[in-house]
Design a protein around this ligand. Structure first.
Ligand SMILES: [Mn+2]
Length: 404
């Protein structure tokens, strides 16, 4: 018995506001599906953040549908939970994964937290925010209790664990039940493969570079998924790397050597199949940063998908790109600045607000803020209700969740 485990595919993510980057994420997902079929596994587990948002675009939905049907054609079912990106923490809301139940997707939810695959017990939960830690821990205790009846058990979660994620975690390693053989985690975008419980705990990492801070892990571990051999007494985990479609190039150049350094970068990237993302640091800049940016753009602009420069003035502490990037235009600049936030819903909110407010449309601006608040933070106001962990009131929703 073999299975594939992947997570954090973030379909629909438009990095830097570029459609090319959105397509890169789709392309890598298609490669993952093909590779999974090649690996001849019995089933697949997706540990959340399948989509970038809880309201994916038709193209993101279709990309997943195509992959799911391909797996189905090969006789490989998929089990999936919702992550923090593809769920809305609101009573009665359902994640986009539910759309695909009729196509065979086995959604692991609070209503349907367990499945049997042959004699393998598969249990899991969707993402729980730290504010619902109590509910999460009591659900985990229930699942752990049920796992005692089975020889082989898998726990599927989309959570940060303190041991691997220094900040913003929802669980401490000691709070995770230790009677499972494999822990199929999602949420942390770097690759983690650790000994835990009766076997292994794995974060396969994101399938594409979702944030530039993931580059170091990408260069060390690559991006991809894992194949788990579940035959023996201990699971055997094999890392399967998938090439991402486009390179990220990071270079430091010196102002005094500008021409030579630029032409060496030109030589490096001129034959690339796909234009790379160029992260450039220019040291010892005297003044005219705009002039330098113009030269870089002139020389490298056609060879790179995006150039992200930062300038360090001679004899001074590093400075931000500042007014220089203003020539990119306010919308692109906004999205670049928000990259660290890593949430394209916020990108959309910011650019929509920019458009409305620059035309003094205050009422419409207020309305989209209220809508955003409702969708992302209303759970805080409904905390008490959510904590009771009752199924959603709406009967239709309940029926959808219960159906197989
Ligand atoms: Mn994620």
């Amino acid at each position: 018995m073999k299975f594939a485990h992947l997570a954090d595919t973030h379909l629909g993510y438009r990095q830097y506001g570029l459609f090319e980057r959105e397509k890169d994420f789709y392309e890598v997902f298609e490669k993952v599906i093909d590779k999974i079929i090649e690996e001849n596994v019995d089933f697949v587990i997706h540990s959340g953040d399948l989509f970038e948002t809880a309201r994916p675009s038709p193209m993101a939905l279709l990309t997943f549908q195509k992959g799911l049907l391909k797996l189905k054609g090969a006789g490989i079912p998929m089990y999936a939970i919702a992550g923090n990106h593809d769920s809305v923490m609101r009573k009665g809301s359902i994640p986009p994964q539910v759309i695909f139940k009729k196509l065979g997707l086995k959604v692991i939810s609070t209503i349907n937290p367990t499945y049997m695959h042959g004699d393998i017990f598969i249990a899991g939960l969707p993402y729980y925010p730290a504010s619902h830690g109590k509910a999460l821990k009591s659900k985990l205790a229930e699942l752990s209790q049920k796992a005692t009846n089975h020889d082989k058990a898998i726990l599927v979660l989309h959570q940060g664990i303190d041991k691997y994620f220094g900040y913003n975690y929802e669980l401490e390693i000691g709070e995770i039940p230790d009677n499972f053989d494999y822990y199929a985690l999602g949420h942390i975008h770097k690759y983690v493969n650790d000994k835990f419980g009766r076997g292994r705990l794995v974060y396969p990492g994101s399938s594409e570079v979702w944030k530039t801070s993931e580059l170091q892990d990408y260069h060390e571990n690559g991006k991809g998924f894992v194949v788990v051999d579940f035959e023996g007494s201990k699971p055997i985990v094999k890392r399967v790397k998938i090439d991402i479609p486009r390179e990220f190039i990071k270079k430091t150049i010196d102002y005094s050597n500008l021409e030579k350094d630029i032409s060496s970068i030109k030589d490096t990237i001129k034959d690339f199949d796909k234009k790379p993302i160029l992260n450039l640091t220019i040291n010892n800049v005297e003044s005219d940063t705009k002039g330098i940016y113009d030269i870089i753009k002139e020389e490298l602009g056609d060879l790179a998908l995006m150039i992200r420069p930062s300038f360090n003035l001679a004899g001074e502490e590093p400075i931000d790109v500042g007014e220089l990037t203003a020539k990119l235009g306010p919308e692109k600049l906004l999205i670049m600045q928000l990259e660290g936030y890593g949430n394209s819903d916020v990108d959309i909110l910011a650019t929509d607000l920019y458009k409305l407010l620059s035309k003094d449309k205050f009422d419409e601006a207020r309305e989209i803020i209220a809508q955003f608040y409702d969708e992302h933070y209303a759970s805080v106001a409904e905390d008490v209700e959510f904590k009771t962990e009752e199924p959603p009131e709406n009967e239709d929703v309940q029926k959808t969740l219960k159906e197989d």
